[in-house]
Design a protein around this ligand. Sequence first.
Ligand code: IPM
Ligand code: MG
Length: 356
Amino acid sequence: MKKILALPGDGIGAEVMESALEILDYLMTRDNLDLQVNHKSVGGTSYEEHGLPITDEALSLAKDSDAILFGAVGAPKWDSLEWDKRPEQALLTLRKELDLFANLRPAFLFNELADASSLKKGVIENLDILIVRELTGGLYFGEPRGIDKSVTPAFGFNTMRYDADEINRIAKIAFEASQKRKNKVCSVDKANVLEVSRFWRETVTDLHNKNFSSQELSHMLADNAAMQLVIDPNQFDVILASNLFGDILSDIAATLTGSIGMLPSASLNEKNVGMYEPCHGSAPDIAGKDLANPLAMILSLSMAFRYSLNLDSLADELDKAVRCLISNGARTKDIANESTFLKTSEVAKELIEILK
Ligand code: IPM
Ligand code: MG
C-alpha cells in the first residue's frame, strides 16, 4: 500500500486541498486504489495549534509517505514571528529532511487562456517549459550564514556553494526530463561573476559530454534568462537552475501563463518520494471565499500519480480531464473574463463528471 500525506497549510491551501482530495477520493473508490491518506496541519496553522510550523509527528509521517500533497503556507500575520517559527520553515524543513533536491516546475499555457497572459498571444502560444530547480543546496542552505550585529556596521551573510555531486544529480534530472520532451537543456548561472557558477557550468558541461551528448545543451546568464523568458519564452525546453535562480525564473515563467493558479510542481528525492504543491502561495486576501483556482493543486495530484505512485494512466486521465474542463469554457475567477465563474468547491464536481 502506498501512503499519501495531505498538508493543506494556510490560506487557500485548505480549499484547494479539499478539491484535490475530493477527486482522489472519487478515484480511490472508482478504481479500488490501494492508497492510505493521512492529514496533518503545517505552516501558520500548525503554529497556532502546536507552536511550531511543523511538528515532529508530521515530519516523521512525511518521511514515512510515498507522496506528500502540500497546499500553501504563510500570511502577513505570522511575518513577525522568530525565524524558526515562520510558516516557510515547514517547507524548507520538509525539503531538506526528505532530501527533495529536484524541483520540477512546468510552465505551460492552455491556448484558450492566452488572453490572460501579459504577453502577446503570438509570443506565448503553445508555451511548454520545464524548470528544473535545485532545491536543497545553494544559497538557501549554504553555511556559514547569519547576521552579525557585534560589529559596526552590522552585516548579514549567506553562502552559495555547490559540490560536484549536487550539480551532477540535478543536471542528470534535467537531461533525462528533456529526453521525454524536445531534447534541449539550457543551464542558467552567473558564470561571469560567481566562482560557484563557473564550477556549475564546467560540471554540467562535463556530464553532458560524458552521458548526454545527444541532447542540446546551452548556457545562459541568469539575468539574460529572465529577459529571454519575457521576450521569447518558446526558445526554451528544459531550464536547469540552482536554488536561487530557479526560484526567481520559475515565478517569471509561471506568471507568463497568465494564471499561476494553474501550475503544479513536484519536488523529488533519489527514491522518487515526492512533495507536490501548487506554484501559487496561500493568497490570504481571497482565503475562505471559495474563489481560489484549485487546478494547480489538482494537477499536482496528477504529478504525484505519475512520479511517486506508479499511476501514470491515472495521471494522463486527470490531465486530460482538466484540459477538457478548460476547453468546455469552465473558468475560475482568476482566469474568467466575465462576471460568472466557477467557485473553488464546484471545480472538483465538474471534473468528476468529466472523469465519469
Ligand atoms: C517557492 C517559494 C519558497 C522558496 C519560499 C516560500 C520559501 O518561493 O517555493 O518558490 O523560496 O523556495
Ligand atoms: Mg518562489
